[in-house]
Ligand binder design. Structure first.
Ligand SMILES: [Cu+2]
Length: 485
């Protein structure tokens, strides 16, 4: 059985984060989940030699779009399972994983601004799980709060109102104490909100609008998935669940919705021989299309980009690379196609920012206990889902100074539920290009300070904010706000 105690006792997470052997002390504390420890049965199903990944031998799958059971004038109703399944990640080898709809990379849910999405989620697993719509503006009871789980064998209804503008979101498990393992093992999928008001822009759409979920994973020498070890050993990078796939494209423009669904990784993406045109951030379209040499995506961040393959002769290969992992995805230009789509320089004005009336500080850090095992903390406190850390009056605009005073120098990032925010400053200077637009997640390197502004409209109730390096939030780097009338 794999649980937090055994993982930490084995030194996996601690050594992985810190690389210091004295962290191998027995684990204590944190075992406060009402739903118990994570108990994924490690499946040592393969005892041969790890199959070799030969690049560009398998196509990148496009996760199928989930079909509604019912579609009415105002809403779509879906059914979705959470289950254990297997996936062919390494060639010819079925690895035990978890999947929404039984798929490793769950189905894509395509919603529309102004139409509700109702999802009946049935947990077929033998342990509790749930769904958080990352970046979604939803009521607290539908947000997948860590304590709000679906017990084994039970079904729960989630309502997503889709009142926000078109954007690329993703959905993933957020169950207390088990989210890191569940997402790592596969409980993740794309959630696209389409927006009629964007139609006039004539961006690439339909078959030329494709989500790509990027993440990493570790295998041992026999080909078994290693759940928690040193994150830097997660050297196999997957695009929609497959390592180093090719993807056949027509010589025209494509919109790719890039999602960093890795538990803890910052991708630095480049395209061989070309720039990338960025059009969207976490919360929707940018004000202007921006050409960039390098696209930085921290865990849970999204970026919508357009790549124009029309400049390439048929037969060309265009490779997406990461600064650390190297070549991760190859686009093979295989056919001509007509293309009426455009990438207008001016996309959509960002919403005006109301006057901020409240200032707060958020400090992400690790704290060492006498046994040298770390706690993840925010403002010095380990997450307690029954404690409210910030009380916010509904409708208020607030400025948060988010920093990391972490003595270890480890990178973190920051995710705020419910609202999209704007980055005002980074380290007292202008934001990074990757901070542009509407954001719900940003990277924070140790010693950095990032000033963000958010307006807490819509709902009252409790939501969490946390580091989205999931092994960090798992050991406590999470806190809770309550919005009051
Ligand atoms: Cu962190």
């Amino acid at each position: 059985m794999l649980n937090r105690r055994s993982v930490l006792a084995a030194g996996g997470l601690a050594a992985g984060v810190f690389g210091v052997p004295q962290l191998l002390a027995p684990a204590q504390g944190h075992e406060d989940s009402a739903h118990g420890e994570h108990t994924f049965q490690e499946s040592k199903t393969f005892t041969g030699t790890k199959p070799e990944i030969v690049p560009w031998t398998r196509p990148m799958p496009v996760p199928p779009v989930l079909r509604p059971l019912v579609s009415t004038a105002k809403q779509e109703i879906y059914q979705l399972s959470i289950e254990r399944t297997t996936a062919e990640i390494l060639p010819g080898l079925q690895s035990p994983v978890m999947g929404f709809g039984g798929q490793f990379v769950g189905p894509t849910i395509r919603a529309k601004t102004g139409r509700k999405t109702l999802i009946m989620v049935h947990n077929k697993m033998d342990e509790a799980a749930n769904i958080h719509l990352h970046g979604g503006h939803v009521a607290p009871e539908h947000d997948g709060h860590p304590k709000d789980v679906i017990e084994p064998g039970r079904t729960r209804l989630y309502l997503y109102p889709n009142t926000q503008q078109g954007t690329t979101l993703w959905y993933h498990d957020h169950s207390h104490g088990t989210e890191a393992a569940h997402v790592y093992l596969g409980l993740h999928g794309a959630y696209v909100i389409e927006d009629e008001s964007e139609r006039a822009l004539n961006l690439p759409s339909g078959a030329y609008d494709i989500p790509i979920l990027l993440r990493d994973i570790q295998f041992d020498d026999s080909g078994n998935i290693v759940v928690f070890d040193d994150p830097s050993k997660r050297t196999v990078v997957l695009a929609n669940g497959v390592p180093q796939p090719y993807f056949e494209v027509a010589a025209r423009k494509y919109r790719f919705r890039l999602v960093n669904s890795a538990n803890q990784r910052v991708f630095k993406l480049r395209l061989t021989g070309d720039k990338i045109t960025r059009i969207g951030s976490d919360g929707g379209l940018l004000a202007n299309a921006v050409e960039t040499e390098e696209l930085v995506l921290s865990s849970a961040e999204r970026s919508d980009v357009v790549i124009d393959f029309s400049k390439y002769p048929i037969g060309s290969k265009v490779v997406l690379t990461d600064a650390v992992a190297g070549e991760i995805l190859r686009f093979d230009v295989v056919r001509r196609a007509t293309d009426q789509s455009r990438v207008p320089a001016v996309l959509r004005p960002l919403p005006a920012m109301p006057l901020s009336t409240v200032d707060r500080e958020v400090d992400l850090s690790f704290v060492f206990k006498p046994n040298d095992r770390p706690d993840g903390v925010i403002n010095g406190k380990v997450f307690d889902m029954d404690r409210v850390d910030f009380t916010i009056k509904r409708g208020t605009t607030e400025t948060w100074l988010i920093k990391s005073s972490d003595p270890t120098g480890v990178k973190h990032n920051f995710h705020l539920h419910l609202v999209q925010f704007r980055v005002l400053e980074r380290n007292g200077g202008p934001p990074l290009p990757s901070d542009a637009g509407l954001k719900d997640t940003i990277p924070i390197t140790a010693g950095e300070t990032v000033k963000v502004q958010a307006t807490f409209t819509g709902y009252t109730g409790r939501y969490v904010y946390h580091c989205h390096f999931l092994e960090h939030s798992w050991i406590g780097m999470m806190a809770q706000l309550e919005i009051v009338p």
